[in-house]
Ligand binder design. Sequence first.
Ligand code: PLP
Length: 384
Amino acid sequence: MKNHKLHTDTILATGLGFIDEQHLGVIPGIFPSTTFERSADNTYPQGRVYTRDHNPNYQQPEQVLTALEKGAAAMLFSSGMSAATCVFMSLKPGDHVVVPKIIYWSLRNWLLTFAKDWGIETSFVENGNLDSVNAAVIPGKTKLLWLETPANPTWEIEDIAVWAEIAHRIGARLAVDNTIASPILCNPLTLGADLVMHSATKYLNGHSDVLAGALVCRQDDRHWQKMRGIRAAGGAVLGPFEAWLLMRGMRTLALRVKQSSANALAFAKAFENHPAIKQVLYPGLISFKGHQLAKKQMQGGFGGMLSIRIKQGETAAIKVAANLQIIKRATSLGGVESLVEHRASVEGPNTPCPTDLLRISIGIENVDDLIADLQQALSSLDVS
Ligand code: PLP
C-alpha cells in the first residue's frame, strides 16, 4: 500500500511478506546449501558465494530486524555474545571504551579478560550516573560507549539520548544492548544510538530453543562494513535452520512482549510490600529509581524482567527458588515460560549482584498462577 507505514506487529506477523517463491508456500523454506553456483560468465548472479555470511535464511530476519529497530541494516550472529564482541573487535589496540558497571556479566568478564589482553581499555562507570560517564570519556581516545538498559540483573535505566550526545561530542559511537526491552518497547537508534545489539536467544526468538545474536546499525558506513568483514571472516553466523526458527519465533514477538510486560507489572505490584521481600526491582514500579526515565524512553510497557531481594538473605533466597513449582530454576530469559535464577551463584565471587537477589524472567503464563507460585514458595520462610 502506497504511503502507508506498516505497524510493528504487522511487520512481524507478515515477516515483511517473504514467501517460498518456488512453491508459493506462505513461509520461506530452509536453505542448507553451504555454497552457491557461479555463472559461466564467472559472476554470482545473486551475490551469494558461500554460506559463512550469504545464507538466504538470514535475509528475512535481518530485514525484519532492520525495520523493527528503524535502522539501515542488520546482521545475525551465532549468539548475542558473538554480536557484542564483534563491536569491540572492530576497535584498535589502545582504544578506550566506557561501559556501566552493571551489564550482562559475561560481557563484563570478557572486557576484563580478553579485551584487556588485546589492548582495549575499559572504564566502568556507575549505572544511572551521567556525571561519571562525562568524567570517564577521553576525547581522541574513547571510541565506543556501550550501555545496556534495563541492565541485567538489577534493571538500572540509562538515558540513551544523553549517552549518545556525550559519545558524539567526542566523535565516539554509542552501542546499546537492547535485549531486555526488545524493539517492541524501545528503539535506541531513534534516540541517537549508532548500533543496537540483541541476544536474539531471548525475546526475539522467545522459545528458549535458538542461540542467536544480532546487530543493527543507524548508518551503513565504513565501520558497519568493517564489522561485516569481521563476521564473514570469523564465521560466527547462524545455521540456516536456526535462522528460520528465529524468524518463526519473531512473528509473535509483539504479543509475547506485551503479555510478559503486563504480567511482570502485575507480579511486581503483588510482591512490592510482601513481608519476606526487601525490595522488588522493576522499572515499572513508581518506587523504582529509574521509573520516570523508563517511562519516557520505553513505550508500551517496562519489560518482562524483574528481581526480588529476600530479607533473610542468600540461603533463604535459594530456598525460595527451590520451592517454586511453576517458575523453573534455570538461567536465561525472554522465553514464553517463566524462569528464576539466584544470579550471584552464576556470576561468581566478584559479582556486583546482591547475594539475596533472585532474578525472574516473567513469561506469558496466566499471572495469577505465577503470583500463587511465589506466594507459596515464600510461605516456607518464617517472617513472623
Ligand atoms: N545481553 C544480555 C542482556 C543477556 O542477558 C545475554 C545473555 O543472557 C547476552 C547479552 C548474551 O547473549 P547470548 O547468550 O545469546 O550469547
